[in-house]
Each structure stands twice: as C-alpha cells, then as structure tokens.
Design a protein around this ligand. Sequence first.
Ligand code: GSH
Length: 286
Amino acid sequence: MVQLFKEDIKTPEVLAWKGVHLFHFSGSSCSQKTRIVLNLKGIEWISHPINLLKAENYSQWYLGINPRGLLPALVHNGDVHIESNDIVSYLDETFDIPKLIPSNHRGSILEQLNTEDELHLDLRTLTFGFCLPTFLTRKPPAALEALECNEGTVEGKIDSHKKVQLAFWRELAEHGVTADQAINAAKRFEKAFSSVEQQLADQAFLYGDEISIVDIVWFIYAHRLRSTGYPFKRLHPGLTSWYHAMLARPEIGKEVADPAPLRVIRYLTQRYQALTNSTLEQVTGI
Ligand SMILES: N[C@@H](CCC(=O)N[C@@H](CS)C(=O)NCC(=O)O)C(=O)O
C-alpha cells in the first residue's frame, strides 16, 4: 500500500488538509474507479480536478503531492495516498460500510486488483489507438522533462515508476500505437474478461450477491473497451447483463458518462478508422 511519507510531500499545504480530498480527472479510468467507491460508500469528499489534457499533473505543485504525476491521489487528514487500488483498499478499511473487499475473499480480490493494474498500460494503448486523435494523446516534451527532472521520492526512495511512464509517452510520440501493441493488448483483455465471464456464470456479482471492488474495476475497463470498438458483446456475451446492471446504478453511471465533445471526437476518429480499414477489430484481428 503506497502512503507517502511526510518528507515525500513537497507541496506542504496538503499536510494541513482535513477530511477527504481527491485529485482526479473526469475521463481517467483510475479516477472513475475511486469516485465510484466514494459514492457507493457515501463518503463526503472535496474535489480537486487536475486536467490531464493540459498536463496539469506535471506541474511542480502536483508533482509535490504525487511524484509519479499520476491521478488519482487522495489526501485524508493530511496523509497522502497514491495508486488507485491502494486508495480504494484504504477507503474500504477506513470507511466500513458497505464493505467492498469482503474479508473472506481478501486474498483473491487483491490478486485480481494486481491483474487489473498490470493491464493499465494496455487500456491506455487501446484508448489512444482507437478512441482519440493523435493530437490529444501526446504529452508536451516540456511536461515530460518536468517529470523527468523532478526529484520527488515515494516512501523515501527515488521512484522507478516514473521511468515506465516516461518510456510509454516517448515511445507513443515516436511510433504511435503499433499493431503489435494493439494485438497484444486486445489478447490480454480477451483472456482477462473470459475469466471474469466464467466467474460471473452463476452469480450476479463477482463475489456473490453483493457488489465488490472487483466488479467496479472490471466494469470500468469493460466500459472503456466498449468505447474503443473492442467487440465486447461478441466476445463476452455473458457479461452483458452484469455490465448494464452496473451502468444503471446512478453512483456508477454518472462517473463514466462522457462529455458530448468527447463523444463527437470519438465518433469522428472511428469514422476515419472505418474508412481507412484501421478499426480495432481490423488491426487486431480479434
Ligand atoms: N497504477 C496507477 C495508474 C494511474 C494512471 O496511470 N493514471 C492515469 C489516468 S487513468 C494518469 O494519471 N495518466 C497520466 C497522464 O495522462 O499524463 C493507479 O492505479 O493509480
């Protein structure tokens, strides 16, 4: 669980903040997951939007809160938590009801959260490859330099995660999303969702009759994948009613609703891909 040390925090005013504060962005999948957990648990929280499209996450101010430059970040009574799965686990432990990580399934739930986290860059790959035009997916070089030069620490140590992020953005700028990356990502999702489908074969939610954090994290990925043109319904028909039941819950649906301009941009991007035979299905052969 990543909870930053006081000396990691270079934006010291947050140390005095009382209550629950969330740094987030509307369209960020990890932020959506966290907001859904806050909603379902009925936790009051103070919103601090950070615009990823304007690279606000690489400002010195925000890097002083999360040295990885990633969203979300949670501040609770002056303690800073990063990594969305650690944040939701922390919220579940701290705010008891309703329990989203039932103690009798804790081990296997944490394993599934790791699997989900490992697929995060694949989700970015398919999102950037098939939902958004190139100009919206590139980071300004100055923003990446700000991240690279930042000497922030995580739990007292120079952080290795930053290198992974920098490599991802620089490779994207140089080569775009390659067919191989898209194919591998799509195959990994097919495998992951086949196993989710099996787990849901004879129950309403992944761990029985009650929603758990694992339903939320896979729902978020399912929702995003559908918008990339990944043939969710064809590949995973057994997930259709679970998906729609999740989407229909107001605490969930409102957090994943795309703003109208984004829907238009996606529509135009995908029309162009259809005309040039470069849709997700055509590129990945899935
Ligand atoms: N493992 C991290 C991943 C966080 C992450 O990659 N967040 C994305 C938004 S979903 C982000 O902040 N991207 C930075 C950017 O777009 O510059 C977590 O679960 O919190």
